[in-house]
Design a protein around this ligand. Sequence first.
Ligand SMILES: Nc1ncnc2c1ncn2[C@@H]1O[C@H](COP(=O)(O)OP(=O)(O)OP(=O)(O)O)[C@@H](O)[C@H]1O
Length: 260
Amino acid sequence: MDVTWQDVSVRIAGATLVERLNLSASSGEVVGLVGPNGSGKSTALRCLYRALHPTTGTVLLDGTELNSIPLAESARSVAALTQESRTELDFTVAEVVALGRFPHLRGNRSLSGAEWELCRESMRRTDVEHLARRSVLSLSGGERQRVLIARALVQEPQVLVLDEPTNHLDVRHQVELLSFLRGCGLTVLVALHDLNLAAAACDRLAVLSGGSVVRTGKPVEVLEPELVREVFGVTPSIVPHPRTGAPQLLYDLTDREGME
Ligand SMILES: Nc1ncnc2c1ncn2[C@@H]1O[C@H](COP(=O)(O)OP(=O)(O)OP(=O)(O)O)[C@@H](O)[C@H]1O
């Protein structure tokens, strides 16, 4: 499923959060949104999972305006893992994951055997099956994050939206999650702060600054010293990964001039 932001601006209480943002992702493409704090990444993603309406401009799913699609229908197509995707309720892990089927249920129908198997499969993929009977409230931050990813997967979406999904994850689970995103075949829009992981995981990066996209392209085209300096205010050494060639940023913490 293709996703397009067309001239999207978001203004709230006199503040401009996003300004004429244009960006698209083709079916099956992994697009990373990167940019400094406050550059509009979460706001842009919110417009896609319909937590916000653009003030002007529009978001399109396969060429159809999101606004014209019934909420229940877009909820089946677009799954989101966001900073707000928390649950404060005392549910078990298996129950929270099963909630991901909610957009597909009609009336009081309970989950079918195949749907429970899908839940188990998602929990296996995110390495939380052994936690199935635990209360989500008793989990560590990283475990809870993986449960929420399993919940997004059982939704069987065509578009996956993730806002800083590696928060709280240890390095093994960061690598596992991002390599899963690379190979999942879904259209993925993911906001990431770690530029090295973004370069390794994404087909394309969109660099946001001041609420607009200032550059898009393959990681190797985008992560150039000049742009990184201008947008992020640091001057790292940028070297190709010895095996994949993906650009990797190295920071010298003793180089005071490298930070602005
Ligand atoms: N409800 C709101 N009212 C006014 N300003 C807001 C509101 N929500 C967000 N903002 C501002 O809009 C700007 C963009 O915020 P947004 O959360 O989209 O940035 P971000 O790139 O995701 O940042 P971060 O990397 O820190 O998560 C920020 O300056 C933020 O303070």
